[in-house]
Design a protein around this ligand. Structure first.
Ligand SMILES: [Fe+2]
Length: 925
């Protein structure tokens, strides 16, 4: 459940369920409150609250003046010697237990008071001068129980009572020992009884059984502290927890562990199963790549450098709190993807592979939406479980007879409004600005167009696109004028893909070029594709590159050839989108930030608290992708042009193109020439094409995020010196550069982290990558790719040429047939559609930018921060209205007009399902 932006965010410093507790709350102090002051407050707090079950004596701490007088009188007459404290734990029971093992539910043991199952110990902010560490209470067992909130049948509360000395000080941490033989999921802890009561300890964490590890868990209060502000009593614990998160880099990681460590991408192949499934290690000098989470699985038998695979039905290690597979609502996305990849896709293959055919006519494709694909037998075995059936029900709509199901697709938005728009040049161009991959287009700034590839290998660097060829399409404008007036644009995949084309074209069922597409911005402000260059590498070292240039013609043959050329461009674009702009630049690049955050930033650190919602489920979804999506023989390889070279293409892009500083939206737009610097404009840049929906809406979201981050950073850091002296923060940034992105560690472009401005830019870039950037690149996959001819993910034939008479004759006789035999087969297309549909789906409990998930409602105890966050939420509401207005503006032809879908990918909110809109906080699908 989410707290909507219009809902007042609960004050984590405010008491809840006061009827159950007699203590009146007092507001806690802001960041950096001193432990000595809290100690002083403890002195005036009188014996306080009890749990609801035992009805012991009550002495009320109250903030009213009469209450204070009463307290003072009591203190004067009989100074308190101790404080009675109640600690309430909110625990979420496990779904599987509720469904399958209710009779054996071991929670009942301690609910009914039998068990000493959970031991708690309070740790004070103040130091015990005997032990020289934080004062500790005695351990107390959880014993009572409180009524369950009616809206959450799986949530239970338990209580423990303590008595601590009156000078104990404010509790800053709770140490938990779980004596049960199974883990439990702790949502949060509330402590009543101290002067600053209630105190919140946000956990949202699995607490392992002592049978798994004797290490005790530490949960800190929700007060944010920079390292230097850490209360003396917590300093050692703060360090210990971070050391524990780092692990020792040895051995196989176990499911219950919470160790965040780095590893190479050496787990994509499966050479023990098949030599053809061996894949090179990504990471290192030859094939640089970001690091992933280390699992410590043993190497394969056939290749010691490769990590062994686990069976698909088993989970791969991710730190325990990254994996919430027991809770349906929270794991809808990963659960849906897992069910799709491990159950539905195999059923689809079984149904279609024996007769895998090309589509014979376009109406064959239309039938996928009207009639669906009949799946036999296989479906029943995985439709029994209620979770899977609910997840897959959107795709599997009908039972036609026993053992049969129809897999039926929704009509994607690309054809729902205009059945034939995908055929038009203006739509082809519009999608470079408002489609699912709006980040490849650049302004053409130099002519001739030159390759940076080694001419000794790839031939002369000059493009075959000539000045004469271009000027025929410029409505009388000279090439020089067009360049100077910002009227020419290019999508250039030549240098990235040409080194792979020879290898790709040697694969069965693959034929590719490296493409360049030139666009002209007309006087009417409409982008139009005017020239496509398709290149093949030299046949021999001494021969030149084979480059052909195509322009749109008006006769039937020219039209079809132009259509073929555009389809090849689209297949290039689909591969770069998926392997580079989606997987690499968002999913893979986020993982090191997440690992470093857990290793170097305490959960007390304000920057950890800021980043935490932007890290939800990313490691889990990435792990699943490595297991079943981008792995050797996985869906991506089967259905995209580069096949087994797919991740090598991704690595080449990381090597040659990726820069952290250019992942900031304004910097990226400047780099691509799509904006120019203009200090008078918001974000300091002006778009070259004003009607560039991704950029125009993205800058609104970027700007709001940057202002929120700026306010947040200013609240915690008074000056540059405080940034420089923050040891955790500096270690975090060092580790991102030197470990997580180790292969790029010597690059000169890494931003310094020496000022508040540096920190704001770095954090905004990370948050933008996880939120707006991923949303823009991810959630349009089905809306644009769900109609395969609009974005074929691979091509099987080169363009018909007159010097190949037999093939050319076939083309002349039946161009539609040749076109459809060149694009993905029925099995390939339907698999991609199913994956894209799932990847484009919002979970029912998605947490969107500017919102706070209910499970995090006590994420921080700081009124000022909560007020700043309200401002951010309000700003995003305004942005939503601005985007809606833009989509109705007839002057913005790339997002409104006859049959034109509005640009909604950067609308902040969404409902569940495939909506083509909504910015989740994190990459969770
Ligand atoms: Fe994604």
């Amino acid at each position: 459940m989410l707290l909507s932006k219009s809902t007042t965010i609960p004050n984590p410093c405010r008491s809840r369920r006061r009827s159950l507790f007699s203590a009146s709350p007092k507001r806690t102090s802001g960041a950096g409150s001193s432990s000595s002051s809290s100690s002083r407050r403890a002195n005036v707090a009188v014996r306080a609250v009890i749990s609801s079950d035992d009805k012991k004596s009550v002495a009320v701490a109250t903030s009213s003046s009469s209450g204070q007088q009463q307290q003072q009188q009591q203190q004067m007459s009989s100074p308190p010697s101790a404080i009675d404290v109640t600690v309430v734990l909110t625990v979420r029971s496990r779904l599987k237990e509720k469904l399958l093992e209710k009779a054996k539910d071991r929670w009942e043991h301690f609910v009914t008071g039998i068990g000493q199952g959970i031991l708690l110990q309070l740790v004070s902010n103040d130091v015990d001068h005997v032990t020289n560490s934080g004062k500790r209470s005695t351990e107390a067992a959880v014993r009572g129980w409180l009524p369950k909130p009616s809206s959450h049948p799986s949530i239970v509360e338990y209580a423990a009572n303590f008595t601590v000395p009156y000078d104990f000080g404010q509790p800053g941490a709770i140490i938990i020992t779980n004596l049960h033989d199974r883990e439990f999921h702790l949502m949060d802890i509330v402590v009543h009884g101290f002067s600053d009561s209630p105190s919140f300890f946000h956990a949202n964490s699995w607490i392992h059984s002592r049978l798994d590890s004797t290490e005790r868990r530490v949960i800190f209060s929700n007060q944010a502290y920079l390292p230097s502000q850490t209360p003396e009593g917590l300093k050692a614990l703060r360090k210990d927890v971070l050391v524990s998160h780092r692990g020792d880099g040895k051995g196989k990681r176990e499911k219950f562990e919470r160790v965040y460590d780095y590893d190479l991408y050496n787990d994509l192949g499966n050479p023990d199963k098949d030599v053809d499934l061996a894949r090179p290690v990504l990471g290192g000098k030859e094939r640089p790549y970001p690091r992933r989470c280390r699992t410590g699985r043993p190497p394969t038998k056939s290749d010691p450098s490769a990590e062994s695979q686990v069976e698909k039905r088993h989970h791969v290690y991710v730190p325990r709190d990254e994996n919430f597979e027991e809770i349906k609502q929270d794991t809808f996305s990963s659960g849906a993807l897992r069910a799709l990849l491990h159950n539905l896709i195999p059923a689809l293959r079984a149904a279609l592979s024996s007769s895998d055919r090309q589509f014979e006519c376009f109406s064959d494709i239309d039938r996928l939406y009207k009639e669906g694909v009949l799946l036999k037998g296989e479906t029943e075995k995985f439709m029994d479980g209620s979770i899977l059936s609910s997840i897959l029900s959107s795709l599997l709509t009908n039972v036609t007879s026993i053992g049969e199901r129809l897999m039926k697709y929704d009509i994607p938005s690309i054809i729902s409004r205009d059945r034939f728009s995908w055929l038009r040049d203006n739509e082809f161009a519009r999608q470079t600005l408002a489609g699912v991959n709006p980040v490849s287009i650049e302004r053409l700034r130099e002519f001739p167009i030159l390759s940076k590839l080694d001419p000794a290998v790839y031939g002369p660097p000059e493009s075959a696109i000539t000045k004469e060829c271009l000027e025929q399409e410029l409505n009388g404008m000279s090439l020089e004028e067009a360049i100077e007036n910002h009227r020419l644009f290019i999508v250039d995949y030549h240098d990235l893909l040409l080194p792979f084309v020879k290898k790709i074209n040697s694969l069965k069922g693959r034929k590719a070029y490296a493409s360049r597409t030139i666009f002209f911005l007309t006087n009417a402000g409409i982008l139009r594709p005017i020239v496509i260059e398709l290149s093949l590498p030299p046949k021999t070292r001494s021969s030149g590159t084979r480059k052909r240039v195509y322009t749109h013609g008006h006769d039937a043959t020219s039209f079809w050839i132009w259509k073929f050329a555009k389809a090849h461009v689209c297949s290039n674009d689909a591969g770069v989108h998926q392997l580079v702009n989606h997987w690499l630049r968002t999913h893979a690049c986020m993982e090191p930030y997440i690992i470093a955050s857990h290793r170097q930033l305490s959960s007390m650190h304000p920057i950890f608290k800021l980043l935490h919602p932007h890290m939800r489920y990313t490691m889990e979804i990435n792990t699943l992708a490595r297991q079943s999506l981008i792995n050797g023989g996985g869906i991506i390889e089967k259905c995209f042009s580069p096949e087994k070279y797919s991740l090598e293409v991704s690595s080449a892009a990381y090597k040659n193109m990726w820069r952290f500083d250019m992942e900031a939206l304004p910097a990226d737009l400047i780099r691509r020439g799509m904006a120019v610097e203009d200090p008078t404009m918001p974000c300091g840049i002006k778009l070259v094409i004003e009607d560039y929906p991704y950029a125009a809406d993205g800058l609104l979201v970027w700007s709001a995020t940057e202002d929120w981050v700026k306010d947040y950073v200013n609240h915690f850091y008074p000056d540059a010196a405080s940034v420089l002296s923050d040891a955790e923060l500096q270690a975090w940034w060092d580790e991102i550069k030197n470990e997580g992105h180790r292969d790029k560690r010597d690059e000169p472009w890494w931003p310094a982290l020496a000022s508040k401005e540096d920190l704001v830019r770095i954090l905004t870039t990370i948050i933008w990558t996880a939120s707006g950037q991923h949303a823009a690149i991810n959630f349009g996959q089905y809306p644009f790719g769900g109609y395969m001819p609009n974005r074929p993910t691979l091509m099987k034939r080169l363009i018909p040429q007159e010097d190949e008479p037999e093939e050319y004759q076939k083309f002349l006789l039946n161009p539609q047939y040749v076109f459809l035999s060149s694009v993905p087969s029925q099995l390939q297309a339907t698999q991609v559609m199913a994956v894209q549909d799932t990847l484009s789906t919002h979970s029912p409990d998605e947490e969107y930018l500017g919102q706070v998930h209910e499970s995090r409602s006590h994420w921080i105890c700081d009124q000022k921060v909560l007020s700043l966050f309200e401002n951010f939420s309000t700003r995003l509401e305004e942005i939503e209205e601005t985007i809606k207005r833009r989509n109705k503006d007839p002057g913005l032809k790339n997002r409104s007009g006859a049959g034109v879908p509005p640009y909604e990918l950067l609308l902040p909110t969404s409902g569940p399902g495939v909506t083509g809109r909504g910015i989740p906080n994190s990459i969770s699908i």
